[in-house]
Design a protein around this ligand. Structure first.
Ligand SMILES: Cc1ncc(COP(=O)(O)O)c(C=O)c1O
Length: 402
């Protein structure tokens, strides 16, 4: 019924406003609609039959969300001879959970590093562990060890999960060697590319089956949106993960997607500039006597330097370091910072500080934490776009109270 034909004002109230689409908008629109309208029942039946495809319901798919997911997929596949397909999720954890839930079942195995983001380790041990999916730790120095860890049961699926550089010690893992080993042994290969982003590193080049992201970090880059992304070049796998996304309701939404889109426009310039700042800062920190150890793959003294120089375009914008010897030293230092924000995230335009032992890695058993260099005195800095001298001055004045 045309709105002008309503007999009653409440019907006009309840109806949709009419939009005039004459000249196309320069920015993608936020298509904030939970459902999409069919011209006829026949059209609706056809569209429902061919999912994923045309739009029916935002949990299934939404034009704004899909546009941004595809842009992230295009960035991950940039310069490759293959197309990639993307999905946006409600968070980075949802992206990891959906991917592994799609690929694995009871009795299968995850092989991963011991120094993942704390939340990911917890997800593997608590949630997947409860579903009889075992998590095994490797240092990934020897591909033959991977074969041994995987075992000989051909029915059991194995998935190698890598985060490089790792949060918060920035240890890097050899994507090329691990990718080749996964193909040889027929294991799935999943990489969390949150810290590097496709600007600095493209795991699809190294045979990753799936790349996951917390878009909450650099991809959005401004700290106003929570989300995740899943990228693969395998369309069938993309459809299987989409099915799990749709049924579990782990989708993103048009507002968050739109915010990510705005952030993506400056991703390249932010990643390169923030990495440059991080290198300058790490170089200066290494010379300060009150700082015991600096973790940054851009430093020639770092044990990941040669590998990172090979597989990354720049070394990223996270620098971790030990202040003093103890938890008390770390607390005193953090509380003395005036400019750098104590905030438990990373990848934004301003410098952010986190204390892994009491925050991101709180639930990781202390022995495991210490084994991977996450001491009580370790502080993680996500370096922003401020002038390096201002960041350094804040660190120096905070060190002076110790
Ligand atoms: C490397 C990495 N992956 C995944 C996540 C989880 O992302 P989200 O907080 O968006 O769920 C984080 C969070 O800090 C992270 O650092």
């Amino acid at each position: 019924m045309e709105s002008t034909n309503f007999k009653h004002i409440e019907s006009l109230c309840a109806s949709e406003a009419k939009i005039r689409l004459s000249t196309p908008a320069h920015k993608i629109p936020i298509v904030a609609s939970s459902a999409f309208k069919f011209n006829s029942i026949e059209e609706g039946i056809e569209i429902f039959k061919n999912q994923p495809g045309d739009h029916v319901y935002t949990r299934y798919g939404n034009p704004t969300v899909e546009a941004v997911a595809q842009k992230i997929a295009d960035l991950e596949a940039f310069g490759l001879n293959e197309s990639a397909f993307g999905l946006l999720t409600s968070s980075g954890m949802a992206a990891i959970n959906l991917t592994l839930q799609t690929l694995l079942g009871p009795g299968d195995k995850i092989i991963t590093q011991g120094n993942l983001y704390g939340g990911t380790t917890e997800l593997f041990l608590k949630v997947f562990g409860k579903n009889q999916i075992e998590t095994l730790i490797s240092d990934f120095n020897n591909p033959e060890e991977l074969e041994k860890l995987g075992g000989t049961d051909p029915k059991q699926k194995k998935l190698v999960y890598i985060e490089t550089p790792a949060n918060p010690t920035l240890q890097c893992y050899n994507l090329e060697e691990i990718g080749k080993a996964c193909k040889k042994f027929n294991y799935y290969f999943v990489v969390d590319n949150t810290f590097a982003t496709p600007i600095l590193q493209q795991p699809l080049k190294f045979l990753a089956d799936v790349v996951v992201h917390s878009t909450t970090k650099y991809l959005h880059g401004h700290g106003a949106s929570t989300g995740g992304a899943i990228v693969t070049t395998d369309f069938n796998l993309h459809k299987r993960i989409w099915d799990c996304l749709k049924l579990s309701g782990s989708n993103s939404n048009p507002f968050d997607a739109w915010l990510i889109n705005i952030g993506l426009k400056t991703l390249s310039i932010r990643m390169l500039k923030q990495s440059e700042h991080a290198l300058q800062l790490a170089t200066a920190l290494e010379l300060m006597p009150k700082i015991k150890r600096v973790f940054y793959p851009g430093l020639p003294s770092n044990n990941s330097h040669t590998l990172a120089s090979k597989q990354m375009k720049a070394f990223g914008a996270i620098v971790s370091f030990e202040v003093g010897e103890s938890l008390e030293d770390a607390i005193r230092f953090c509380n003395a910072l005036k400019h750098c924000a104590m905030a438990p995230s990373l990848g934004e335009t301003d410098t952010m500080v986190l204390h892994p032992a009491t925050m991101s890695h709180l639930k990781i058993p202390k022995e495991q934490r210490l084994k991977y260099d996450i001491k009580d005195s370790l502080i993680r800095f996500s370096i922003g776009l401020e002038h390096v001298e201002d960041i350094l001055d804040d660190i120096k004045q905070a060190l002076s109270v110790m």
